[in-house]
Design a binder for this molecule. Structure first.
Ligand SMILES: Cc1cc2nc3c(=O)[nH]c(=O)nc-3n(C[C@H](O)[C@H](O)[C@H](O)COP(=O)(O)O)c2cc1C
Length: 168
């Protein structure tokens, strides 16, 4: 089976997950900036970092350009991987795919939120604002700081190994 593994990463989290999947499947991850041609591939594995509830702009454009492909998506985000928000982000990512695409797999894990982003949020959003830095939000950001960790990477390897074995 010919597999294309393409990812978008701003601060490295999604790249780490892409590298782990690449190791497991013995393929090289391609950054979305290279705009790889998906024609002729049996499966496209596409990874993005979550930007305001959906795929980041680069992967958004790439997903929209895929047509009639089998696609497995993965992502990293600041929130917990088993949260409703995470499920919604994957759903939003899947909805961006072009005509005739079929989503055959989904994987998501937490990723450290960049320090600059945290500092900016603290500065921009005063107490009472919907995005204000509440103790709960800060605790979540602190929990995310060690991700993706070895467990996340092992889970990504296992998930995609299984998916690709099953699809053969
Ligand atoms: C501008 C911006 C928007 C973000 N929006 C969300 C969001 O809506 N939900 C969330 O859980 N995490 C959000 N995050 C956190 C990132 O998705 C997370 O840190 C991700 O792992 C970054 O991946 P990368 O290192 O591959 O760029 C946001 C981060 C930035 C910088």
């Amino acid at each position: 089976m010919k597999i294309l593994l393409v990812y978008s990463s701003k601060t490295g989290n999604t790249r780490k997950v892409a590298n782990a999947i690449g190791e497991a499947l013995h393929i090289c991850p391609v950054p979305v900036e290279e705009n790889p041609d998906a024609a002729g591939f049996d499966l496209v594995i596409a990874g993005f970092w979550v930007d305001r509830g959906t795929a980041d702009a680069r992967m958004k454009a790439y997903l929209g350009g895929l047509v009639n492909q089998k696609v497995a998506i993965f992502a990293t985000l600041g929130a917990e991987a088993d949260s409703e928000h995470a499920a919604k982000c994957l759903e939003n990512g899947a909805a961006l795919l072009g005509e005739g695409c079929e989503v055959v797999g989904r994987f998501i894990c937490q990723g450290k939120v960049a320090d600059e982003m945290v500092a900016m949020m603290k500065q921009m959003f005063p107490a009472g604002h919907p995005h204000a830095m509440t103790p709960e939000r800060l605790a979540r950001i602190e929990r995310a700081a060690s991700h993706p960790d070895e467990k996340d990477l092992a889970a990504a390897r296992a998930y995609f190994s299984q998916l690709c074995l099953g699809a053969q």
